[in-house]
Design a protein around this ligand. Structure first.
Ligand code: ZN
Length: 316
């Protein structure tokens, strides 16, 4: 298999479709369908999931079955299950449900944080300190997610310093894993290189993961930039599930099977099976009832051949 010089030999994928993806779908996907989808993703070899979110069911009705979804998989000791947690109440429920880690999230830009969680960044961090106390001694880890790490729909450019400050605050709360999130698809390869370099210099003890949206068509190019820097952890969503919260017609997350296609064809192992992921993407498409943005799920793997008599001969 051909490979790209300088790329890592292997990469880890955290599947965020069950949370990030389904949360932005207008319909409630029934609990048994969510469980079937996660099972299909496990069968395809994925082992890390942002599986749900312990939020107010009034605020996010799509995630109202968080505890039931967790209960179906908490005994899978080979799977790492995280859940998004906005506050102490959610943290209590997540710990009770047996998550491996809680994902705490704040935006690098003040206005997006205010719009997203109705708190200033400082208030968010105070809340995280409270959650960190709750988590102490439970064995449940904390992970940080930085939204608008590559740009803000309200403020435009987000200074690198704002991203670095948030990463430092997360580190000081004991987090060893931080995701740079591209909430509205504003990342570019050049910004990825700039921000990863700055974070590696400022918080070298923190493992970075990258989470891209394909809103402007360069999601995989950004992943390619990350790979060229040796970043080995990415987040993606099966089929590209999930939209863009501020641009209704735009597509959202990079599709897991598209990312895996890029990785495998670049000589980067993921432990996943592309055919199985395509099957899971088709399942996800059925569950949400509309076409998903993933591309490899439509075209198939690169070496999928067709019998010659299955297509009409072109005339010119
Ligand atoms: Zn996302």
């Amino acid at each position: 298999m051909a490979s790209v010089p300088g790329f890592p030999d292997q990469a880890t994928i955290t599947e965020v479709g069950p949370r990030d993806g389904l949360q932005s779908e207008p319909v409630f996907v029934p609990t048994e369908s969510k469980i079937a989808l996660i099972q299909a993703l496990l069968d395809a070899g994925l082992r890390r999931f942002e599986i749900t979110s312990f939020v107010s069911p009034r605020a996010v009705p799509q995630m109202r079955d968080a505890a039931e979804v967790m209960a179906a998989f908490r005994d899978r000791s080979d799977a790492h299950l995280t859940a998004l947690v906005p506050n102490a109440r959610g943290a209590g429920a997540a710990i009770e449900a047996g998550v491996d880690a809680m994902v705490l999230f704040a935006s690098a830009s003040e206005s997006h944080n205010l719009k997203n969680v109705n708190r200033s960044r400082a208030q968010s961090l105070e809340g995280f300190a409270e959650i960190a106390k709750l988590a102490q001694g439970t064995g449940v880890a904390l992970q940080g997610a930085i939204a608008t790490a590559f740009g803000c729909p309200f403020e435009g450019e987000v200074p690198v310093a704002a991203v670095v400050d948030m990463a430092r605050a997360y580190r000081d709360l004991g987090m060893r894993h931080v995701t740079l999130g591209d909430t509205t698809g504003m990342a570019t390869p050049a910004l990825v290189i700039e921000r990863v370099d700055a974070l590696r210099a400022a918080v070298p003890e923190v493992e970075l993961a990258l989470h891209f949206h394909n809103t402007r068509g360069v999601g995989l190019a950004c992943a390619y930039a990350g790979l060229s820097l040796g970043i080995t952890h990415y987040e993606s969503s099966i089929g590209g599930l999930g939209g863009c919260p501020f641009v209704p017609r735009a597509t959202g997350n990079v599709a897991t099977e598209d990312l895996v296609y890029l990785l495998h064809e670049s000589g980067v192992a993921t432990g996943t099976d592309l055919d199985g992921l395509i099957a899971a993407a088709e399942l996800a498409e059925r569950f949400v009832g509309h076409e998903l943005s993933g591309q490899v799920m439509k075209a198939g793997p690169r070496l999928k051949t067709a019998p010659m008599d299955s297509v009409r001969t072109a005339n010119g």
